[in-house]
Design a protein around this ligand. Structure first.
Ligand code: FAD
Ligand code: SF4
Ligand code: SF4
Length: 428
């Protein structure tokens, strides 16, 4: 594995692929589940670790060809940006924000979807539109588990009501791709709504498996600040003296923008805290290690990426339902235009790079920091992902040399102390 970003989408793969345990223990795994899906049946299982992370465990030693395949698709070992031609031909291409066909503020046209959705319901509205217009047979996304509502599971939605049921952000672990191979086996057109790293994984697989491009019509992402450990949600339960088996609902947000974190129990009690209360203490965000070195948390390889748009500087209990919408591909633009034409989406106004940079200043900081962080990890002798076509070095050049040095040294020292890694994956 080696850093030093190249500008080639076909970067060579490492001669010695990392074992699953090495991917996990070096803090590169985000728990997407794709490795489980492409390994032979029964060879890999996903477990919930004591830290509250979904992680793969190999049930037998995997042979080199399968490990090479896993390393080629895993979003912890390989992160490729958009094809260079997309950047060249895009209406706009920004070093930090990547290719953009159109950038605007908007939301779902239907007021109920707008209200229930995480921000302005844009992703839910697009998923529903793709189904109702017959473009796809189903949508692969994520929703609360029915039996354990604090946990999140991958969901296949075949109708608008089901997409609606999955609306809202799920901040804990979510193995979206745990049975992706079976999904491809269906041989039906579908859309994926997911985290940017999930989409990176699927785009990686598309280079090896033609069924991805044949069947996946659209990949829609949200802009992502990082996935928390389940332990983060468990802390909320502790605050109210609750245990997980009492729950019938655990909603992080939505039902307003951002809406309340709401918990309901079998005996009819309800508990709420605001979004600000949920995230007030940054030391307790419990963001997974892979997120801290995420080269593309802004969905550069999606057709459309959607983010929050809090125009008053940050979330209150009840803001105007709204999203920033970054249309990234020509295919995404066709979908977006058709959705607006059908009244499924409504436009508030055009936006621009300066505005999204201000609304998402933490994403700008991260894009500029990741090159130095990965370099620091590599200097510490740790494996780092192969990153291509994401302009990481150019983003870093927007920092002062002193800032890059501090960022790189910090990562190097944390890596040497083992603070960027994880314990071996074991089930709780
Ligand atoms: C972990 C996480 C971190 C985020 N960080 C940021 C951020 O830094 N900046 C920002 O602007 N926005 C962030 N968001 C996105 C934001 O909360 C909204 O989801 C986004 O603006 C889209 O809003 P919407 O109203 O269109 O979503 P909705 O219409 O509610 O649709 C959301 C869709 O995302 C899917 N989904 C939810 N959680 C997950 C998950 N964990 N994995 C895969 N799919 C999922 C749902 O199934 C649903 O289809 C984050 C969301 C999550 C889950
Ligand atoms: S990131 Fe996904 S593919 Fe990579 S090891 Fe983790 S679960 Fe497997
Ligand atoms: S920050 Fe990056 S790695 Fe973490 S969940 Fe978001 S997209 Fe995935």
């Amino acid at each position: 594995m080696g850093l030093i970003e190249t500008r080639c989408s076909q970067a060579p793969l490492a001669a010695d692929p990392l074992a699953l345990s090495e991917i996990v223990e070096n803090g590169l795994c985000i728990g997407c589940g794709l490795c489980r899906s492409i390994a032979s049946a029964g060879d890999v299982e996903m477990v919930m670790t004591p830290e509250g992370r979904e992680r793969p465990v190999a049930l037998r030693a995997l042979d080199k060809p399968i490990l090479a395949r896993i390393n080629a698709v895993c979003p912890g070992t390989r992160i490729a940006g958009p094809p260079p031609a997309q950047i060249t031909e895009a209406a706009l291409a920004d070093t930090v924000w990547g290719p953009v066909e159109r950038l605007l503020l908007g939301s779902a046209g239907d007021p109920t979807v707008r209200f229930i959705g995480s921000g302005g319901g844009t992703l839910t509205a697009l998923g529903q539109f793709l189904l109702s217009s017959g473009c796809v047979k189903f949508v692969l996304h994520v929703a609360a588990s029915r039996s354990m509502p604090m946990r999140s599971e991958r969901k296949l939605s075949f109708d608008a009501a089901s997409v609606f049921d999955g609306a809202g952000s799920r901040y804990g672990p979510a193995a979206t791709l745990v049975d992706f191979n079976d999904i491809l086996d269906r041989g039906e057109p579908f859309a994926l709504i997911a985290k940017p790293c999930d989409i990176t994984a699927v785009r990686n697989l598309a280079r090896l498996d033609p069924r991805v491009d044949e069947h996946m019509r659209y990949a829609l992402a949200f802009v992502c600040g990082g996935a928390s450990d389940l332990t983060k949600s468990e802390q909320v339960l502790q605050r109210f003296g609750l245990s997980e088996d009492e729950l019938t609902l655990f909603r992080y947000r939505g039902h307003g923008n951002p809406g309340l974190n709401r918990i309901e129990t079998r005996d009819g009690r309800a508990f709420e805290i605001s979004y600000r209360q949920l995230w007030e203490d940054e030391d307790k965000w419990m963001i997974q290690p892979r997120c801290k070195i995420c080269p593309d948390a802004i969905g550069q390889v999606a057709d459309i990426a959607v983010s929050d748009a809090w125009l008053n500087g940050g979330p209150a209990v009840e803001d105007e339902p709204l999203n920033s919408i970054i249309v990234r591909t020509k295919r995404g633009l066709e979908l977006f235009d058709a959705a607006v034409e059908a009244g499924v989406l409504q436009i508030k106004r055009e936006s621009d790079i300066a505005e999204i940079g201000e609304l998402q200043s933490h994403q700008v900081r991260k894009r500029r920091a990741v090159w130095a962080r990965l370099t620091g990890m590599a200097i510490a002798g740790k494996p780092v992902p192969s990153v291509t076509d994401l302009a990481l070095r150019d983003c870093a050049l927007q920092n002062s040399p002193a800032d890059n040095l501090a960022e790189g040294r910090g990562a190097r020292d944390r890596a040497r102390r083992g603070r960027l890694g994880e314990p071996p994956a074991v089930p709780r």
